[in-house]
Write a protein that binds this ligand. Sequence first.
Ligand SMILES: Nc1ncnc2c1ncn2[C@@H]1O[C@H](COP(=O)(O)OP(=O)(O)OP(=O)(O)O)[C@@H](O)[C@H]1O
Length: 561
Amino acid sequence: MQKFKQFLYLIKPFWFSSQAIIAWVLLIATLALSLSTTWLNVLLADWNGQFYNALQLLDSKTIINLLWQFSLLVVALILLVVFADFLRKKLQIKWRDAMTQFITAKWLAHNGQYYHLTLQGKMPDNPDQRIAEDVNLLISQSLELLISFLTSTLTFFSFATILWQLSGALQFTVFSSDISIPGYMFFVCIVYVFVGSLCTHFIGRKLHPINIEQQKNEANFRSDLIRCRDNGDSIAGQHGESVEQERLQITFSAVVRNWHRLIGKERNLLFFINGFSQISSLAPIFFALPKFISGAIQLGGLMQIRIAFMQLNSALSWFIFSYKNIAVWQATVTRLYHFMQLLEEPIDNSINPTTDNQPTKLAVNHLAISVASKEQPILTTSFTVKTGQIVMIKGRSGIGKSTLLKCLAGFWQDYTGEIIRTSDFIWLPQKVWIGEGKLADLVSYPQPSIKYQQDQIALVLDQVGLSQLKSDLQRTADWQIILSGGEQQRLLFARLLLQRPALMLLDETTASLDIESAKQLILLLKTELSNSAMVFISHQNELQTLADTIIDIDTSTGNQK
Ligand SMILES: Nc1ncnc2c1ncn2[C@@H]1O[C@H](COP(=O)(O)OP(=O)(O)OP(=O)(O)O)[C@@H](O)[C@H]1O
């Protein structure tokens, strides 16, 4: 029941939205076509009865008539099956498209929830897998299970009546009293399947947790491969291939270990399921044989009973044959539900916004920042940054400069004191990432380049010393690899000139540049963005002359000029 609640929570945003009208139509059409096959199966069962009876009587005219009927029934059945499958797949991609968009939007929401969760160590493993694979799996399994469940239910009601009527009453005597069980084959079938379901559950009950583990291990392996691909330069440069191979082997051995557990359980289940389905094809003949031998039913009747029993058996065995799929479905619902819950958790952002156009862009009062690994706060400080001002933060490596900037950007929650900050700010972290795509779009990121005049983009490239790239603006390439470290940092400065944020928080954004270029770029921002303010971290002492305030974290004192 809890799984259904979680499932409803996941599917509600799509199925109860206005864009779901076509999906509802597709769902109803798919169900109608799938359920119609049950009706054709009823006709086929009746056809079987007539055919075998005609065969027993050697009635050639009826046999030829029935063969014509058979061709029509088969053509209709093929059409229904093919179109039901086609419409189901159309629905599948429509639903997946909407759900993927919904989850991606939640994951990459503007409040930076994904990064908050990462920093707090709460981000669940492999969000990429949850979005790419789990969504697909959830949708395909849900449709598969829904359609097979409804078809089975309809088959049950259709063939239960037929089997009841065909099998007649079973009469026997116990302690000299006559007992008659009407529709006894129906009850035989129910007991038969009930015992089968109990055995299936007993054999396969461990599959659910093992499936969850398998999905997690596969995703871990894939993300380790991606990490290797993305950091190829560092690995090759330091000859770390064998370490990485070993790491990959360790991750993959978890996949293999769990796979062995999975196939062991699946083998046991398959033994039972296969045995059960083989026996099921003969069981009805065995149970109905006494009636046939006594002459109460003809060969056609026996065949009809066999078909009705098998259809009823397959309808009632839905649980047995869907057991593995249900286990995968449950694992997927659990993974996606917990992912979505985390994405919807409220963010505790205690930074107070300044009102628009105030001269103070940032005020930090009695700030004390802590990290989990250290008992005492790693730094304490107070300072103010007004329009046009530049604050430089310096201090020895590992003292907490980057954490301070992360805190000012609103992503580090473990602090006391007060931060008042404009909401119009850009934080450039220490690790440079310029993105992927057309160069013009990388300069204007996160806005599309068409939002700006081409001249504007060319001008900022000139200003930051990247004039040689102007002819490449429309070129898509792996710019993160092509551009040098310094060129990438120049590109970040070009972005700031286009974006014109009220406050810039820059973490070693000039570290790859020579001192003269670094000075020029900081001065460029100061003159071009005179209505903005800047806080920058640097180990380059020569930049001190450009700052209005220097915060030396070693002593935690602001050195206002
Ligand atoms: N997510 C985290 N969990 C635990 N400790 C952290 C975390 N982030 C940073 N720290 C610790 O906080 C301290 C300050 O780190 P930070 O990156 O702010 O230093 P820094 O002054 O910017 O260093 P550098 O000049 O080398 O870039 C370090 O000891 C670091 O290990």
